[in-house]
Design a protein around this ligand. Structure first.
Ligand code: NAD
Length: 460
């Protein structure tokens, strides 16, 4: 099938190459010329395990190419996927400008040559969007000869290629039999060895994506709240997780406490659904609690550190492990690290950041630069306090007064504790991911504060 994927970000850059792997003829389009230039030379601008190999292979086989000519890409294709961003609008709700821009181009193309094509919204869009785009295109093109569908994406960054190749489910929101046949044929190779295709109407499909994301965000939030209570009543949240997760009705995944959800989707989708519910007069107040707790909770590591060292952290040296919001990605959008590093800098600390994926450093620096407080801080700070980004894990803890752990990269799981103990000024670890056994921390000589477990102190 000839396919255009419009928007070459985290979703488009996985969708296009993975569809190309099945023998489709795919063109990935984006308005960002520098991104397309890099992609055309085989350089993938995001880090996602396995992706660069697929891009290079499919490009060399001739199944995949990249272009800034969005209109041309749509013109040459039978199916166009929209994978552009749907960021939050300042007043609430999802900003559909980018999606509408692509839909308008699609309308112009079908108006100009009258060939039948299919448009698929893969970006996360509010319920009703796909059907209202159909009306928009009909009016603009003065033409009915096109199909439209919604096909929300459920990939997880860090495991996006695996998720796309072997999805739990593919959801197709369609109200037309011909379009249904085309898209079922396109996706069948992905579910041959498990997974299923769910065909429904476009609005249920769109709503299903939001419902899944807010369900996950709520589960993370509830687990984080339970962890705080577990800590205060003397229970151990890891034991509690085992008890809760062994119940088949609940299941064991997504039950790990942490420093709050981050990334570009959960916060934005919680916000968009809250807005939609309010507009409709429906009660989704549970999401108000999810959102406000998550905003508060991402500073849990800083609050714990302040209890240990006080709020004036000048000239303390604090190591932070994990810049992205989770392992195996370079995506720092809404990462708890942004807020943690910002708070540490405001407290006067010198901050050492380490993340195994070095592309995160550039992105974190850009996020910090964009924070409103940063100019004031620069002026106030004679030392020009900015984080120092490290190449090696243990370099980041040299002379450190504390280590904060924000993500669960494998590299963090068994570091050389003896070296750390001897090089840190204060052997204090605040671990928002509960990576280490309490008895081990005691033996290795640390004060160890984790989430929803007892604080342990070194055996002296
Ligand atoms: P992104 O910001 O990484 O990428 C969007 C891309 O679209 C950018 O490269 C931008 O230059 C391009 N673009 C914008 N307007 C364009 C236009 N008119 N023509 C061509 N290109 C254009 O976004 P993303 O993270 O890939 O997310 C895209 C959508 O998918 C969002 O709605 C998001 O909610 C949803 N989604 C994201 C994920 C995820 O893990 N990132 C998972 C599932 C769903």
């Amino acid at each position: 099938m000839k396919i255009a994927v419009v928007g070459s970000g985290y979703v488009g850059l996985v969708t296009g190459p993975c569809l190309a792997e099945k023998g489709n003829d795919v063109v990935c389009a984006d308005v960002d010329a520098s991104k397309i230039e890099r992609l055309s030379k085989g350089h993938v601008p995001i880090y996602e395990p396995g992706l660069e190999e697929i891009v290079r292979e499919q490009t060399s086989r001739g199944h995949l190419r990249f272009t800034t000519d969005v209109e041309g890409a749509i013109r040459d294709s039978e199916v166009t996927f929209i994978t552009v961003g749907t960021p939050p609008k300042p007043g609430g709700g999802a900003d559909l400008t980018y999606v509408e821009n692509v839909a308008d181009l699609f309308a112009d193309v079908i108006a100009s040559d009258g060939k039948v094509r299919v448009l698929v919204t893969k970006s996360t869009v509010p319920p009703g969007t796909t059907l209202s785009l159909r009306e928009r295109i009909r009016k603009r093109a003065d033409n009915d000869a096109f199909g439209i569908a919604n096909n929300p994406e459920f990939l997880k960054e860090g495991a996006a290629v695996t998720d796309f190749r072997k999805p739990d489910r593919v959801v197709l929101g369609i109200d037309n039999l011909v379009v249904k046949r085309m898209l079922v044929d396109l996706y069948e190779p992905f579910v041959r060895s498990g997974g299923k295709i769910i065909v429904t109407d476009p609005t249920s499909s769109e709503f299903g994506k939001y419902a899944s994301n807010v369900m996950l965000a709520s589960r993370i939030t509830l687990m984080n709240q339970l962890a705080l209570v577990a800590g205060s009543v003397g229970a151990d949240i890891d034991e509690v997780r085992d008890i809760v997760g062994s119940d088949k009705r609940i299941g064991p995944t997504f039950l790990y406490p942490g420093p709050g959800y981050g990334g570009s989707c959960f916060g934005k989708d919680v916000e968009a659904l809250r807005y939609l519910a309010k507009q409709k007069g429906a009660d989704l107040s549970i999401l108000d609690a999810v959102d406000s707790f998550n905003n508060h909770h991402r500073l849990w590591p800083v609050r714990k550190l302040e209890q240990q060292l006080g709020t004036d952290m000048s000239p303390r040296k604090i190591a932070v492990w994990g810049a992205a919001f989770k392992p195996k990605t370079d995506d720092v959008r809404e990462s708890p690290a942004i807020y943690v590093v910002e708070a540490l800098l405001k407290n006067g600390a010198l901050v050492n950041v380490y993340d195994p994926e070095k592309k995160t450093y550039e992105h974190l620096a850009a996020e910090l630069n964009a924070r409103p407080w940063i100019d004031g801080l620069k002026e106030k700070s004679a030392m020009g306090k900015w984080p120092t980004y490290h190449d090696k894990l243990l370099e980041s803890v040299v002379s450190a007064d504390a280590l904060l752990i924000l993500t669960d990269w494998d590299e963090f799981k068994s570091p050389d504790f003896q070296k750390m103990r001897s090089t840190m000024k204060i052997p204090l670890i605040i671990d928002a991911r509960n990576l280490y056994r309490l008895d081990l921390m005691k033996k290795e000589g640390f004060r160890y504060i984790s989430l929803g477990r007892k604080q342990v102190d070194a055996i002296i």
